[in-house]
Design a protein around this ligand. Structure first.
Ligand code: GCU
Length: 680
């Protein structure tokens, strides 16, 4: 639909007759083996999609006939089909699928199977996607499995329906009307997640309320869990560490206190009695004022393991966040999580994952990978990306984030020699981890199109795809999303794919080029604010990060400075310790650099900084032009909305350039290069 509600699950009639004919020639009905609610939602989806895409009813057949789609999990398939797929099935894991064209008793059929019905559901979405992409489905031979086990959205949604760092309206969880009122959005949300393989959702904000753990709310959570269950989507909650004192009536939340431990066990039992497949808890403790074990002189291990013991009998997990930076040690915030957590390696229980943000500061347009990745071989580390654009222009700016996610996943930690990428840490292959996970802070709200900016949908979609397979190429993801969301025409897909890929470097250029970071205006983090220096904690102030003086700019994290580099393995440490061998994209992240420093192109730092900001503006100008050129391929509503949003982005790219250069000019004392236009 024009309002974008259908996301990438648009099943409008395919406008290419040849393609439609091909599908009609090969699919005329379906037959399912098994009787599970997951199988039901799979077949309903297939019917809806088929009828929309090719304009004909897809009949349910009583037996396997010529041209049928056959759906069922391995154990439910008839033995002859199972035998034909034996080796394919041996290659997949419990959530994987096999999608295969076969000939059975002279009937051509398309089999969708997996080890479980959820696998069948994922395979069904794959078959639908093949049709949305207009691919040939006559010779299907597709085998795929997720590479990471826990693929979660993290909603920073409060119980009053405000969303922390949410820019797409209010929370989609209508707590007031739950459990009775089940909104269609809940089902469509589950469909969308299942279509990309997301298998868990943390419903509540990391800055948690203990209210959600009361029986009154557990009933509401249960109602959502029941909607999501057929789609393979488990619910999780954030656990406020002081809950035993707030939603319970204990005097302490000390994790070594037997009564406290018992309280959490009872609470877990209570939740699991209502929601047998409850996923577990996500915890933000002793971070930004949240309570935690440190309040009782206990460690993160004490806190995490207490909760882990409570959920372990139910196969639950605990995701313990490493986003900590203490007030006592403001020397370099980038170092603190590592310093605090790495000594605990190997001490967490088996069902604990430590959840680490992609970079050591906080969801900036570009950060080097977090040094904890690779540094805790005996602890499963869960990646936390932010899909909502807290520091990247909210839902006003078009920024394609999978390009950034891919950059981080591909970075080499070198901890076990060359090729020890972040992706291998996260998918567990580097140190043979049994439990693996990845989370994305959701950008979803009550906006009609879910994400505010229509292109925000691509970030949800792309996160899901990379959670499924962290080795995918973000460019390929952009292409498939564009085709499913807008149009299959190459004249549309190619230029807009380029626009998306470019959009990430654009935002880096016009906000924080050359390794600058955290110079957004504070509190809300929207727009430039490099001058802010009066906030309560030093590391909340932008001046703490850029450190501009008349000598130069940048944060010295080498041996002569905070030595944050010592947290990285060789050869990164040595390479980044010297200005000459530090990649320019991280220059001011690791070095305090004189304004006159000559860079690779022979020009000074000051000149290059100005050039990057100008490039950012020009990048957005190009995005505007590209979009204007593809008008004929997009419906009016979405075309115009995106066109107007791009104008905001252009205006704000200029705002960033002008404000930051004017501010730094006070320190550099130099003229602006002549390519910077006079302010309008
Ligand atoms: C950022 C963000 C906060 C959030 C925090 C977190 O600092 O601004 O709103 O609570 O991250 O991830 O815990």
């Amino acid at each position: 639909a024009q309002d974008g509600y259908d996301l990438w699950l648009q099943y409008d009639k395919i406008d290419d007759d040849k393609v439609v004919e091909n599908y009609l020639d090969h699919i005329s009905g379906f037959h399912k083996f098994g009787s599970d609610e997951t199988l039901d939602v799979a077949t309903t989806e297939l019917k809806t999609a088929f009828e929309g895409l090719v304009g004909q009813t897809l009949k349910e057949l009583n037996s396997v006939e010529e041209n049928s789609v056959v759906l069922g999990s391995e154990e439910n398939l008839p033995s002859e089909i199972r035998a034909m797929l034996k080796s394919d099935l041996s290659e997949i894991n419990s959530e994987g699928y096999v999608l295969k064209s076969l000939s059975l008793n002279n009937n051509r059929i398309t089999v969708v199977t997996g080890k479980t019905d959820v696998g069948v559901l994922y395979g069904t979405f794959r078959l639908i996607k093949e049709m949305q992409l207009h691919n040939n489905i006559t010779q299907c031979d597709i085998i795929d499995s997720p590479k990471i086990q826990k693929r979660l959205l993290n909603h920073w949604d409060n119980l009053d329906r405000t969303v922390e760092r949410g820019y797409a309206g209010f929370s989609i969880w209508d707590w007031h009307h739950l459990p009775e009122l089940i909104k269609p959005e809940y089902i469509d949300y589950a469909r969308a997640n299942a279509s990309i393989g997301i298998n868990g959702t943390v419903l509540t904000n990391v800055n948690a309320s203990s209210l959600v753990l009361t029986s009154h709310y557990i009933e509401k959570v249960k109602a959502l869990a029941e909607v999501f269950r057929p789609y393979g989507l488990q619910v999780y909650l954030t656990a406020r560490f002081s809950s035993p004192m707030e939603s319970g009536d204990l005097k302490t939340a000390d994790p070594l206190d037997p009564e406290v431990r018992q309280w959490w066990k009872d609470k877990a039992d209570e939740i699991y009695a209502e929601i047998p497949d409850f996923g577990g808890f996500l915890v933000k403790a002793n971070s930004e004022g949240q309570p935690g074990p440190n309040n009782y002189d206990r460690s993160h291990v004490d806190g995490a393991n207490m909760l882990a013991e409570a959920v372990a009998p139910h196969s639950g997990i605990v995701m313990w966040r490493a986003f900590v930076y203490s007030e006592d040690d403001p020397e370099d915030r980038a170092k603190q999580a590592y310093s605090e957590f790495v000594p605990f390696d190997g001490q967490f229980h088996d069902n604990v994952l430590v959840q680490v943000k992609n970079g050591p500061i906080d969801f900036q347009p570009r950060e080097p990978f977090h040094p904890m990745f690779g540094a805790m071989p005996d602890t499963p580390l869960m990646m936390e990306f932010q899909i909502t654009q807290e520091y990247l222009g909210f839902s006003s700016h078009l920024v394609y984030l999978p390009e950034m996610f891919e950059e981080t996943l591909d970075e080499d930690t070198y901890v076990q020699g060359e090729g020890s990428t972040v992706a291998k840490v996260v998918d567990g292959t580097l140190s043979n981890k049994k439990l693996t996970g990845i989370a994305g802070v959701a950008n979803i709200g009550t906006a009609k199109n879910w994400t505010g900016h229509p292109f925000g949908q691509a970030n949800w979609y792309g996160f899901g795809r990379l959670a499924w397979d962290p080795y995918l190429d973000s460019e390929a993801i952009a292409k498939e999303w564009l085709k499913m969301t807008f149009s299959n025409e190459q004249e549309f897909v190619d230029p807009v794919k380029d626009l998306m890929i470019k959009s990430r470097e654009a935002v880096v250029n016009y906000m924080t080029p050359l390794g600058l970071h955290h110079i957004m205006d504070t509190g809300h983090h929207y727009g430039p604010g490099p001058w802010v220096d009066d906030l309560g904690r030093p590391e909340w102030n932008p001046v703490y990060y850029h450190r501009a003086t008349s000598e130069g700019v940048g944060f010295d994290r080498t041996e002569s400075g905070s030595d944050a580099l010592s947290q990285y393995a060789e050869p990164i440490r040595e390479k980044y310790n010297s200005i000459e061998t530090t990649p320019e994209k991280y220059l001011l992240w690791f070095h305090h650099v004189p304004w006159d420093y000559k860079m690779e192109n022979g020009q000074t730092l000051w000149y290059n900084l100005a050039a990057k900001y100008q490039e950012g503006v020009e990048d957005v100008e190009e995005m505007v032009n590209t979009w204007n050129d593809i008008e004929e391929y997009v419906d009016d509503q979405r075309f115009e909305e995106i066109q107007m949003l791009l104008q905001i982005q252009l205006k704000e790219a200029k705002w960033w350039r002008n404000a930051v250069l004017l501010y730094f000019q006070q320190f550099s004392g130099k003229e602006l290069p002549e390519f910077i236009p006079e302010p309008e």
